[in-house]
Design a binder for this molecule. Structure first.
Ligand code: FES
Length: 136
């Protein structure tokens, strides 16, 4: 049984993810696939300029996947960390930050646990490309 591999903290997040879903009219979407299992991960971001600093911040973020416990729990943690961050700070989120937030994951699930982070980086890349094209 899969949940025997996970600690309570991970299972709690898996059963009650705060950031699962979609954003209507997102600023950008990032999608990656897990080559090992064929599952897909999508991250939706809504970016707005901060009223005071004018820096672009991730105002809202959601993920959608058909992935496993590790993929869902770690992506939820990525979203929680990234929400409210500037784009440049969100790019600096590390695997260590994610594991600290989500809890210990089995080594065999490493490829699943990086999907959310990869999809977020893809979403940011798409956002930057879109804004660059828009300004050109
Ligand atoms: S087994 Fe597919 S995402 Fe984990």
């Amino acid at each position: 049984m899969e949940n025997a591999q996970y600690e309570k903290k991970v299972m709690k997040r898996f059963f009650n993810p705060k950031y699962a879903g979609e954003i209507k009219n997102p600023s950008a979407v990032g999608q990656v696939g897990n080559a090992a299992c064929g599952d897909i991960m999508r991250v939706f971001i809504k970016v707005e300029a901060d009223k005071k600093t004018k820096k672009e911040k991730i105002k809202d973020i959601k993920f959608k996947t058909m992935g496993c416990v590790a993929a869902i729990a770690s992506s939820d943690a990525v979203c929680e960390i990234a929400k409210g961050k500037t784009i440049s700070d969100a790019k600096k989120i590390t695997k260590k930050d994610i594991l600290k937030k989500v809890g210990k994951l089995p080594q065999i699930k490493h490829h699943c646990s990086i999907l959310g982070e990869e999809a977020l980086l893809k979403a940011i890349e798409n956002y930057e490309l879109r804004t660059k094209l828009h300004k050109a």
